[in-house]
Design a protein around this ligand. Structure first.
Ligand SMILES: [Zn+2]
Ligand SMILES: [Zn+2]
Length: 271
């Protein structure tokens, strides 16, 4: 397996558990060429998993200082996972992952990936129990992640399926679901054509396949989009989790190359 990089990595400055240095040391141990950190941008309505200005500045300082310390061993990048409902970060990131984690239902922002209970409550309260409407609403705003954040990478495109393993809450083959997801993809790809294949949901035992689902990967490929692998790591142990399996899925969906960040530029590597 030749993917020796991960750009979607959280730290204790947001909701990660391993220190930045521990993650870097683990990446070096794995023979990585590069490791990028992507702390959650600030969400004032849900501050806990995000970085406020003060935390973001401390995060920036620490990543930059460790980048210097390990510069002969590995490339370290300062990124951010920018939510569609966040203000701009207080530093200039090396790259941006654009993500949608919430639905704006007017009176509040509802998290789609916090807990299944929270999502179920929101579906009951705001969508008359109709999960397909919830998913449609998600894609209505998620499709704008690239336009709003100006991202380099689209994060976990179909995050709304996080708790839906085995079609537990809604049928992912349903025409309404597929139409909403495909329409959103076709819109978003004009703003950013690099999508991550994210194994984080598998590591957290919520999903058995990476985001995005295969039908979306086929469409990304058909539209000329590109992919990058990420483990959406919240601890050092998850770096590169299930990348070999994810690569096989990508190949099956028609991809021959994936991107990695090297010397500050996204380069193709053959799968
Ligand atoms: Zn995310
Ligand atoms: Zn993340």
């Amino acid at each position: 397996m030749n993917i020796k990089s991960n750009l979607h990595t959280h730290t204790p400055y947001c909701d990660g558990s391993s220190s930045i240095e521990d993650v870097i040391l683990r990446a070096i141990e794995l023979g990585y060429e590069s490791i990028g950190f992507s702390g959650h941008s600030f969400t004032d309505f849900d501050p806990l998993p995000s970085m406020n200005n003060c935390e973001a500045e401390a995060y920036e300082r620490e990543v930059k200082s460790l980048k210097q310390k390990y510069k002969d061993k590995i490339e370290v990048y300062l990124g951010i996972e920018q939510d569609i409902f966040s203000p701009e970060p207080p530093f200039k990131p090396d790259y941006i992952i654009g993500s949608a984690h919430y639905l704006d239902v007017g009176t509040e922002k509802v998290s789609v990936d916090n807990t299944a209970e929270l999502a179920c409550d929101a579906v009951k309260k705001y969508f008359f129990g109709d999960w397909l409407s919830f998913a449609e609403k998600y894609y209505e705003s998620a499709k704008d992640a690239a336009r709003i954040t100006g991202c380099d990478i689209v994060g976990h495109f179909d995050l709304v399926t996080k708790f839906n393993e085995g079609n537990r809450y809604f049928d992912e083959n349903h025409i309404r679901y597929r139409t909403a997801a495909i329409d959103a993809l076709r819109y978003e790809i004009d703003y950013c054509n690099l999508f991550e294949i994210n194994t984080g949901g598998i590591y957290r035992k919520k999903r058995t396949a990476p985001y995005p689902a295969e039908f979306l990967l086929y469409e990304i490929n058909r539209l000329g989009g590109e992919i990058i692998f990420s483990s959406d790591s919240h601890d050092s142990a998850s770096l590169g989790y299930m990348f070999s399996e994810a690569v096989e899925i990508a190949k099956k969906c028609g991809f021959v190359y994936a991107k990695v960040l090297k010397n500050g530029v996204f380069k193709d590597i053959k799968l």
